[in-house]
Design a protein around this ligand. Structure first.
Ligand SMILES: Cc1cc2nc3c(=O)[nH]c(=O)nc-3n(C[C@H](O)[C@H](O)[C@H](O)COP(=O)(O)OP(=O)(O)OC[C@H]3O[C@@H](n4cnc5c(N)ncnc54)[C@H](O)[C@@H]3O)c2cc1C
Length: 338
């Protein structure tokens, strides 16, 4: 059996590996010049510091199956993520807001200071125009815990980075990887099945209209100081263009440099303003976007399975992408006896 996988992110790589182990011959194509999708990281040559090209990725999960599966391909370094927001005064407060943050800002001001300008920049919409689930992802705390993911059992960083994990996942004699290769419909004829992580609306030539996405311009720069800020990632609360800034050497095992540091500022925008780089599906309060996705999804035929963030039009963290991909692969193996 021969399968085509489109996209070398976590979704595509996990499916490729699971099928390869079941003796399926897998060709994986990727339009970019690198594997690992949006989790891609590399070492900056000037500083020797590793950075994540598409924004900071923190692995966290309670899903033991995912953790065990992924641990076959990497060693880990323990890391518990903390984030602070920079106030107009230059002082910083813990986010998501814990009791200390609430005491300092006043509960009635937390939404306006920490979330209203950030949300406007991030989504170009007011809080009221967005699906409440987006804000629910950042709950208020009733304790002094400073952890960003206080409930997740597994919180860590891959010792050699995310690109190395994906390279290890794809290292199997039944998998061949072709970079700089964009999907074309004519490719489907040569395969028994296609697992496709490309945007589903693009696949169908936007016949029912475009699915909106937010994107981010990542401004990476080297600063000639040994240390830039107290934590790896800090949020801005002002109404300027940037939402966050990350100092990469503050993440464990990302490299050291006594003289310089590497930082990345994030500037959200519509995906059409950033080379059609799709990062966040837009969850509107009326659910119109999801309905449009469902119309596309109903066109799916037996030969194609849409996978991942853009194939399923859903924001998923890495552990969710892996969990979903493991299920897709096992369903497929059961269905076809592979
Ligand atoms: C800014 C940002 C920060 C994030 N932070 C975290 C975090 O801290 N923790 C966490 O767990 N998750 C985080 N995520 C989510 C994480 O990136 C996703 O879970 C993961 O990337 C999903 O993998 P995927 O394979 O579904 O999609 P992707 O990683 O996007 O991979 C899809 C791949 O398909 C390729 N492709 C698309 N169209 C075509 C085509 N036509 N032909 C060929 N190839 C194509 C793309 O180039 C891409 O490489 C973050 C995401 C973003 C955007």
């Amino acid at each position: 059996m021969r399968c085509l996988v489109v996209g070398a992110g976590f979704s595509g790589a996990v499916i490729a590996r699971e099928l390869a182990e079941a003796n399926v011959h897998v060709t994986l194509i990727e339009k970019r010049d690198h594997i690992a999708g949006n989790a891609y990281d590399e070492v900056n040559q000037e500083t020797g510091i590793r950075y994540h090209k598409y924004g900071p990725h923190i692995f966290h999960t309670n899903n033991e199956k995912v953790f065990v599966w992924l641990s076959k391909f990497t060693d880990w370094i323990n890391y518990e993520h903390k984030v602070k927001a920079i106030l107009d005064s230059g002082e910083t407060v813990v986010i998501p807001p814990n009791l200390e943050t609430i005491e300092r800002l006043g509960k009635e001001n937390v939404l306006d200071i920490l979330y209203r300008p950030y949300t406007k920049k991030m989504w170009d919409k007011s809080i009221e125009e967005l699906d409440p689930s987006i804000l629910n992802r950042v709950p208020f705390r009733d304790d002094y815990n400073e952890l960003y993911f206080p409930k997740d059992k597994y919180q860590m960083m891959p010792k050699e980075g995310y690109t190395a994990i994906i390279a290890n996942i794809l290292s199997h004699p039944n998998i061949s990887v072709e970079l700089n290769t964009k999907f074309e419909k004519t490719m489907e004829d040569k395969f028994d099945h296609v697992f496709n992580s490309m945007p589903i609306d693009e696949y169908y030539n936007y016949k029912f209209g475009k699915l909106p996405y937010r994107s981010i311009k990542f401004h990476h720069s080297v600063v000639p100081v040994p240390k830039f800020q107290e934590l790896p990632t800090m949020n801005f609360t002002h109404d300027g263009v940037y939402t966050r800034v990350t100092e990469w050497k503050n993440y464990p095992n990302h490299g050291a440099n006594r003289y310089k540091t590497l930082v990345t500022f994030e500037e959200p925008c519509d995906y059409s303003e950033n080379n059609f780089e799709r990062y966040y599906p837009v969850k509107d309060v009326s659910g119109e976007n999801r309905k449009r996705y469902e119309i596309y999804k109903n066109l799916e035929n037996d030969k194609v399975t849409f996978i991942g963030r853009c194939g399923q039009y859903v924001y998923i963290d890495m552990h969710q992408a892996i969990s979903s991909a493991l299920k897709v692969a096992s369903d497929f193996r059961r269905r076809f006896g592979a």
